[in-house]
Design a binder for this molecule. Structure first.
Ligand code: SF4
Length: 378
């Protein structure tokens, strides 16, 4: 599979999804919640990818994955034409474990390929109000009994230690609903990160909204947090006000100041923002947002909209792959020029890269991931 092919295929897979056939239990992945919900995890020519597998639009995708009996690999077809082999991630061993009080580890944290990920606080001050983010589905996992409301530092420490030992976890990604309008969860996230570092030694990324006091960034750093996500999902002011009213109320200037303060503490390339494309934005706002981020040392983690079940945007479809590709073609050289390629990120979504095909575009500049599915777990 050539790199050019890989780029097209990766972008198309994330926008169009894939139908799966055969295998013992389908593709390892997850339904609903925050992060790569409703997606399967796979490795394509060394690139990690989360790909929609359950969504309705995936039924119409030209891509089909024929799974081997082992469920560990498959053959990918596009419109009936064989493309090549795909490796699947094994079922994590930690999914068979539980805490002493009987809480299954998978209710505490999930393996996103080789990143252990957890939503620490499963409620959000915006959820169910006019301020709710339209792309978010944080309330659904709790309602469906797939998680617990709050993960304690001790729970996370226990699962992280096991994930590093049994499943080859390389880092921990901690996100959260916004629990209050003051520190936005920073103090509690710091305690969780510290416990994880002590038990597992894994680097931790924390994703929060900008807190009222930027001094929290230093506290997080001292607790062992290595990377920080401060996500402003759109740079189009009209779109941001519509799809993330709570965030829009904090204001773009406040986000920019927070980015600058955070980069002072964590260093260039260790602070990141999600930038979701396909929300109806003016395409010029993407260039503007990407430049605003990179100029401040913030990595723009550009992802196509993936409509999550349970979110307000659940019935939308991801953007046209041609549009997504144009954006990645624009962003990758800017990242290279700023010496901010993804492989320098120590933890979090930028290190993982699976929810964006951007890393396959970074390859032309010596960046991106080129790994393989680990051989852990049977
Ligand atoms: S990029 Fe982030 S949300 Fe996506 S699979 Fe990786 S850790 Fe999870």
């Amino acid at each position: 599979m050539s790199v050019t092919d890989l780029k097209t295929i990766a972008v198309e897979l994330q926008s169009l999804g894939v139908r799966t056939l055969g295998g013992p239990s389908g593709v390892e992945g997850r339904r609903g919640g925050a992060g790569p919900s409703d997606a399967g995890f796979l490795w394509l020519d060394g690139a990690p990818l989360t790909v929609p597998v359950h969504a309705e639009y995936a039924e119409r995708s030209p891509y089909e994955l024929h799974l081997a009996d082992s469920g560990r690999a498959g053959t990918l077809f596009r419109a009936g034409e064989e493309i090549g082999r795909v490796n699947l991630h094994p079922r994590p061993r930690i999914y068979d474990l539980e805490t002493a009080d009987g809480t299954p580890y998978w209710k505490i944290a999930l393996m996103h390929l080789d990143s252990l990920a957890s939503t620490v606080f499963q409620r959000c001050v915006y959820w169910g109000t006019h301020e709710q983010c339209h792309f978010c589905a944080i309330g659904t996992s709790l309602k469906e009994g797939r998680t617990v409301p709050v993960k304690t530092p001790a729970m996370l420490a226990e699962v992280a230690e096991a994930a590093a030992r049994l499943d080859g976890a390389k880092d921990v990604t901690l996100t959260t609903g916004t629990p209050n309008r003051a520190d936005r969860g920073a103090a509690y996230m710091a305690r969780c990160a510290e416990a994880i570092r002590e038990s597992s030694g894994l680097p931790v990324q924390v994703q929060i909204e900008p807190p009222d006091d930027f001094g929290w960034f230093q506290t997080l750093r001292e607790s062992g947090v290595e990377s920080l996500g401060l996500h402003m999902e759109s740079f189009d002011p009209v779109v941001l006000a519509r799809i993330a009213p709570g965030k829009a109320a904090q204001g773009v200037p406040y986000y920019l100041s927070a980015w600058e303060a955070a980069v002072e503490v964590f260093g260039p390339g260790q602070v990141s923002t999600y930038l979701i494309i396909g929300l109806g934005e003016d395409p010029r706002s993407i260039t503007e947002g990407v430049r605003a981020a990179i100029d401040r040392g913030v990595y723009p983690f550009v992802v196509p909209l993936r409509p999550s079940p349970g979110s307000i945007l659940a019935h939308e479809t991801p953007p046209d792959p041609v549009y997504v590709r144009e954006v990645y073609e624009m962003v990758a050289p800017l990242l290279a020029e700023a010496n901010m390629l993804s492989q320098n990120a120590r933890a979090g979504c930028v290190r993982c890269q699976a929810c964006s095909a951007l890393s396959t575009f970074e390859r032309a500049f010596g960046g991106g991931r080129n790994g393989a599915a680990p051989a852990t777990a049977a």
